[in-house]
Design a protein around this ligand. Structure first.
Ligand SMILES: NC(=O)c1ccc[n+]([C@@H]2O[C@H](COP(=O)([O-])OP(=O)(O)OC[C@H]3O[C@@H](n4cnc5c(N)ncnc54)[C@H](OP(=O)(O)O)[C@@H]3O)[C@@H](O)[C@H]2O)c1
Length: 292
C-alpha cells in the first residue's frame, strides 16, 4: 500500500483514478482545484505539508484547446509551469511524480499513418499542445522518479457534470438536432478514463519510471466515433463527414495522433481494451442517457 495524492480528483481521469487506486488498496488523497493550484508553488507546499505522499499524480490541466490560442500564457502557466512546480517539489522531497500529457504533442506530420512510439520527435500544432510538451520536458528534466503518460480522446463519468467530453456532447447534440457535421480527417484513439486509470494503477506497481503512451486499442476518426455513439444508443440523426478546414476551429489539431502503446503493454503485461468495447461499456453503464 502506498500513500498517493491525486491532483484534479473531480476531473474525468482524476475521479476514476482516485477510485481505481482505492480499490487496489492504496491510501488515496484526492485534491480538488479548490485545495491546490499547481501554478502556485506555495499552494503545492501547503497542500502536501500535513502528510507528504509517496507518489503525486497530476491529472490537472488547462484543457481549453481553442481558447489557449487567445490566452497561451494561461495555458503555459497551468500545463507547463504547473508540472515544473510539481517536479521541483517532488524532486526535493523524494516523492515520485506521475504527470498526464497528451497526443496533442504531435501533429506536424500531416500525412503520417503509423502510430507514434515514445522515442519519436514530437511536434505540436497548437498553443495547448506546445504547453503540454513543455510540461513533459520540465517533469522529465527535473524529477528523476517520474512517469509521463501521453493519452488521447478522454471520456469518463465526471465529464457528465464537469468540463464535458465528446461522448456527452454527441449524446446531447444527437437529441437536439436533425443533422450533424463531424470532422473525419483527424485520426485518433478515444480512451475511457476508467480503463486508463486501471492500466496506470498497474503501472504504478512496477516502479518502471519513464515516458509511456497509454490509450485504448485501435484507431478511428471523430466522425466514425460519433457514428458508433449514435449506433450504440439508437439515436437517429443524419451525419455528415467534414474536414478540419471546413470546421474552422481556432486551434489546429493533429490529423493523425494514434499512439503505439506497446511499451505500456510490455511493462504491465496487458493491453487496454479496444476503443469500441470501452465505449459500449461506458454507454451501457449509463443506461439512462441511452434512452431517447
Ligand atoms: N480530455 C481529453 O480528451 C484529453 C486528451 C489527452 C490528454 N488529456 C490530458 O489528460 C489529463 C486529464 O484530463 P481530463 O479530461 O480528466 O481533465 P478534466 O476533466 O478537465 O479535469 C481536470 C481537473 O483539473 C482541475 N484543474 C484545472 N486547473 C487546475 C489547476 N491550475 N490546479 C489544480 N487543479 C486544476 C480541474 O478543476 P476545475 O474544473 O474546477 O478547474 C479539473 O477538476 C490532462 O492532463 C489532460 O491534458 C486529456
Amino acid at each position: 500500500m502506498r500513500h498517493i495524492s491525486v491532483i484534479g480528483t473531480r476531473g474525468q481521469l482524476g475521479h476514476d483514478f482516485t477510485e481505481s487506486l482505492s480499490k487496489a488498496g492504496h491510501q488515496v488523497t484526492g485534491l480538488t482545484h479548490q485545495q491546490i493550484s499547481i501554478e502556485d508553488p506555495d499552494s503545492i507546499s501547503s497542500a502536501f505539508a500535513p502528510a507528504p505522499p509517496d507518489l503525486i499524480i497530476n491529472t490537472a490541466a488547462y484543457n481549453k484547446v481553442d481558447l489557449a490560442e487567445k490566452e497561451p500564457e494561461l495555458a503555459y502557466a497551468v500545463n507547463a509551469l504547473g508540472p515544473r512546480n510539481l517536479a521541483l517539489y517532488c524532486s526535493e522531497k523524494n516523492i515520485s511524480l506521475m504527470h498526464i500529457s497528451s497526443d496533442f504533442v504531435y501533429g506536424l506530420e500531416t500525412s503520417r499513418r503509423i502510430p507514434f512510439q515514445e522515442h519519436e520527435a514530437p511536434g505540436p500544432v497548437s498553443a495547448y499542445g506546445l504547453s503540454k510538451l513543455a510540461g513533459e520536458y520540465f517533469v522529465r528534466a527535473l524529477c528523476p522518479q517520474h512517469y509521463v503518460i501521453r493519452t488521447c480522446g478522454l471520456y469518463g463519468v465526471a465529464g457528465k457534470t464537469g468540463n464535458g467530453n465528446f461522448v456527452e456532447t454527441m449524446l446531447r447534440l444527437g437529441k437536439e438536432r436533425d443533422e450533424l457535421s463531424i470532422i473525419n480527417d483527424q485520426h485518433c484513439t478515444p480512451t475511457a478514463t476508467r480503463d486508463l486509470a486501471a492500466a496506470l494503477t498497474r503501472l504504478i506497481d512496477t516502479d518502471q519510471f519513464g515516458l509511456y503512451h497509454a490509450t485504448c486499442q485501435g484507431q478511428t476518426t471523430w466522425y466514425e466515433f460519433a457514428c458508433s455513439i449514435f449506433e450504440m444508443t439508437g439515436i437517429s440523426v443524419k451525419t455528415h463527414p467534414i474536414t478540419t478546414e471546413q470546421y474552422k476551429a481556432p486551434a489546429d489539431r493533429p490529423r493523425f495522433s494514434v499512439l503505439d502503446c506497446s511499451r505500456l503493454t510490455a511493462t504491465i503485461g496487458d493491453s487496454m481494451p479496444d476503443w469500441k468495447t470501452s465505449l459500449r461499456f461506458y454507454l451501457e453503464s449509463q443506461e439512462e442517457i441511452c434512452s431517447k
